[in-house]
Structures are given as C-alpha cells and as structure tokens.
Design a protein around this ligand. Structure first.
Ligand SMILES: *[C@@H]1O[C@H](CO)[C@@H](O)[C@H](O)[C@H]1NC(C)=O
Ligand SMILES: *[C@@H]1O[C@H](CO)[C@@H](O)[C@H](O)[C@H]1NC(C)=O
Length: 227
C-alpha cells in the first residue's frame, strides 16, 4: 500500500512538472499541489484516498489536454497577429504607398464657407488623407495626382468648389443647375508637392454640393512618383 501511494505521488510530481512546462495557469498548479498534500496527511484512510486520486488524476489529465489545446490555439492566434503587425509595419514604413478616395457623404451649402470634409473614406492607403479635417498631407516630395467630382441635386443653384495647394487655389470650378435635374462637374490636376504640403477643397457660400449613399461626390489623390 505504501509503495502504491509512493508511485502515485511520483506520478503526480511528474504531472506537475509537465504542467509547469506547458506554462499553465498557476491556479491549476496550486490545485494539484493541494491534492498532493491532502494525500500526504497521515490521518486519511488510504483505501478511500487511492480511488479518489485516480479519479483526480484522470480529471487532471483531461484538464491538461484542454490546456494544451488552448495553448496551441493561442500560439496560432499570436503568430497570425504578429504577421498582421509585420504587414502593417511594411506598409507604413514605406511612405511612397499613398492613395485615397473619399466621398462627401452629406449635402453641403449654400451658406457654408469652409474646407470640405469628404467623410466617407473608400480607400486611404498610407493615411495621408484626414477625413476629420478634409486635408491631405504629402508624406514625401513628389508628383501627385488629384481629382474631384462634384454633384448637385438642388435645381436653380450653383455647384462649385476650389482645390487648394496649401493656401493657394489651383482650380475654382463651378456650374449652374438650371434644369429640374442633376448636374456634376469634375477636374484633375498634377501637383508637385513638398513633404508636408497640404491639399484640400473648399466651398464658397454661394455654392451647394450634394451626395448620397452612391458616392457621387468624390475627392481622390495618389502619388505618381517621388521627386
Ligand atoms: C471662386 O470663384 C467664385 C466666383 O467667381 C468666387 O466668388 C470665389 O471667391 C472663388 N474662390 C476662390 C477660392 O478663389
Ligand atoms: C459607397 O462607399 C462605401 C465605402 O465606404 C461602400 O461601402 C458603399 O457600398 C458605396 N455605395 C455604393 C452605392 O456604391
């Protein structure tokens, strides 16, 4: 009987060691330790304790298997997020990867004199366009291409906006919607920007611009090549 208890004790110690190797929660290791010391108390009846230990062993083994599975799942999850972080690092480390398109998403004007914030971002590689301000900031010096389409559903009204390089207006385009219909206008420009230069669009108070969920009024830009 003593021998058998010793074997069980050795087995449990072995189990605990394996457990420590799997980096399991200390909580579980404590449970194991408690059951081992309970077994060692002399006033316990051995005949009752032994089958109890086998049941516990079985339970522990089951728990260990579960823990190992969880560990493997966690490791797989971690390695996939590491890959995602690496991919993000790769993209953000290269400032020449810059391209965006955003749609206005709302109707603006008449009576608004402000920078247009194209709120619905469709693409924003490199995050050079800020939808909170409507401003694109060049991450590197280079030749950039920008384009816009302005749509208007207000009849008997003017649609228009200006494209600005820093504080200089480069294009100030408008049209008059005199039919019971829609009107839209568009234009594009290649700009030589220095790093940190800003490009944005503004609306003057006499103009109005519309948009729907169809992304009819858009502003896009991308780097052609660094200079
Ligand atoms: C654009 O043109 C309109 C009409 O001539 C004018 O009122 C407005 O001030 C101009 N805006 C810019 C930014 O040049
Ligand atoms: C407008 O753009 C959004 C992207 O933000 C897209 O989910 C949506 O499908 C577009 N709407 C239409 C009608 O194409």
């Amino acid at each position: 009987m003593m021998r058998r208890a010793a074997v069980v004790l050795a087995l449990l110690l072995c189990l605990q060691w394996t457990w420590a190797q799997t980096d399991g929660e200390n909580k579980n290791a404590e449970v194991l330790f408690e059951s081992r010391s309970a077994e060692a108390t002399p006033d316990q009846s051995r005949t009752n304790v032994t089958p109890d230990i086998w049941a516990k062993l079985k339970e522990l083994r089951h728990k260990m298997e579960k823990l190992e599975q969880e560990n493997a799942a966690l490791k797989a999850k971690m390695s996939s997020s590491v890959n995602e972080v690496e991919e993000m690092k790769r993209v953000t480390a290269d400032p020449t990867k810059v391209a965006f398109t955003a749609s206005l998403a709302i109707d603006v004007g008449p009576g608004t004199d402000a920078t247009l914030r194209f709120l619905r971002v469709l693409t924003n590689i490199g995050q050079a366009y800020n939808p909170d301000t409507g401003i694109f900031t060049a991450p590197v010096s280079g030749a950039y291409y920008f384009r816009f389409t302005l749509w208007n559903r207000r009849t008997e009204s003017h649609v228009g906006a200006s494209l600005h390089h820093n504080h200089k207006s480069m294009m100030n385009n408008s049209d008059f919607n005199d039919y019971i219909a829609y009107v839209s206008l568009s234009n594009g420009i290649v700009l030589h920007l220095e790093e940190g230069d800003e490009v944005s669009m503004t609306i003057d108070s006499q103009y109005s611009i519309s948009d729907t969920g169809d992304n009819r009024t858009t502003f896009s830009g991308f780097l052609l090549f660094p200079l």
